[in-house]
Write a protein that binds this ligand. Structure first.
Ligand SMILES: NC(=O)c1ccc[n+]([C@@H]2O[C@H](COP(=O)([O-])OP(=O)(O)OC[C@H]3O[C@@H](n4cnc5c(N)ncnc54)[C@H](O)[C@@H]3O)[C@@H](O)[C@H]2O)c1
Length: 318
């Protein structure tokens, strides 16, 4: 078991959406947290929760090996959660080189630093359901092949395989997470559907839907994701080299999500279906029985979280 209390933990991308919720939990468990950052936003979850006062922050690009290695050795890091990435499918489409570079070189630098600095006892890697690429209308299993087709997917398939190779070849203690679509307070990536809906509700701009609105995904609340990361950390010793899917019971199309938000908030969402996203996967849903056997299941749904999320974004926009 990872002993989080008083351990030196590096969270790459710790000021981002998922990273900031994870950092908040780790700090709450008395870990000494170090996070990398590229930019700062005073309105982000990280700053509004004042996490900047509770962690060490290093202005580091994960593509810079010397900087990553220096940070890990000088901070005497015990465990790493690697979340830093270019995480947007649309951005990847328009800028494949930067996405592939960040998502692949970033993980190589983290794993290679951990290999050379054996004080590191564990690396938990953020992969994604996208790493699998397109499978025909079936629930994805951890044993399915990693065969992304498009740049974002391939960046994640590659990072996932590279992480596994460091385990298999060098016995580096690595665990891999594959999450569906994560939502919650603090996601400032407004090209994603939930932040997009929130923006449209608050600013009254029409929401632009890139797909035909029928694409289906598992939607996972960010606190369930954090619980998943912590559970993996707690079971780390017996799950090295393994990958885990994290799905949910909110397996919905974009149009169904919009309807649900309209009903729950009793408001109309104006939207345009652009139908331009030809290179996205129509159906993705994860079989998550493997992680359920470790004791995880999603505790939240849209129904139990929408109101608070809406409040968060209202405050953000005010
Ligand atoms: N949000 C989701 O739906 C979802 C689903 C599955 C997997 N993931 C993965 O989870 C991780 C976190 O995603 P998120 O939703 O919090 O995104 P985010 O954009 O909020 O956070 C990513 C962070 O990485 C940082 N970053 C980007 N490039 C960097 C670089 N070169 N050096 C250092 N930092 C860099 C960004 O500044 C940002 O703070 C990503 O790896 C993403 O692929 C996200």
């Amino acid at each position: 078991m990872m002993n989080l209390k008083n351990s030196n933990i590096l969270v790459t991308g710790g000021t981002g959406f998922v990273g900031s919720h994870l950092v908040e939990e780790l700090v709450g468990q008395d870990a000494n947290v170090v996070t990398t950052f590229l930019t700062t936003n005073p309105l982000s979850y990280f700053f509004t929760q004042k996490l900047n006062k509770k962690v060490s922050m290093a202005h580091i690009d994960v593509c810079d090996f010397d900087a990553v290695f220096d940070l890990i050795t000088k901070s005497r890091i015990d465990y790493i959660f690697h979340l830093a990435a270019q995480p947007l499918v649309e951005t990847a489409f328009y800028n494949p080189k930067q996405t592939l570079y960040t998502n692949i070189i970033g993980i190589i630098n983290v794993l290679e630093s951990a290999r050379l600095f054996p004080k590191v006892m564990g690396v938990i890697v953020a992969s994604s359901d996208k790493a699998y690429g397109k499978l025909q209308n079936k629930k994805y299993l951890e044993t399915d092949p990693l065969k992304g087709n498009h740049p974002y997917e391939v960046s994640k398939s590659s990072a996932d395989l590279i992480a596994y190779s460091y385990y298999k070849t060098y016995n580096l203690p690595v665990v891999i997470t594959r999450f569906g679509n994560i939502y919650g307070e603090g996601d400032l990536n407004f090209s994603r559907i939930i932040p997009g809906i929130m923006k449209s509700l608050i600013t009254h701009e029409a929401l632009e839907i890139r797909s035909n609105g029928k694409y289906i995904r598992d939607y996972l609340y960010v606190k369930d994701v954090v619980n998943g990361y912590i559970l993996l950390a707690q079971h780390f010793e017996k799950i090295k080299g393994e990958a885990f899917n994290f799905g949910s019971t909110d397996t919905l199309s974009v149009l169904e999500v919009i309807k649900l938000f309209e009903k729950k908030l009793n408001k109309k969402i104006s939207f345009k279906v652009l139908n331009t996203a030809k290179n996205e996967i129509p159906y993705q849903s994860l079989n998550y029985s493997k992680i359920m056997r470790l004791g995880w299941k999603p505790k939240h749904t849209f129904n139990s979280t929408i109101l608070n999320i809406y409040k968060w974004y209202k405050k953000y926009y005010s």
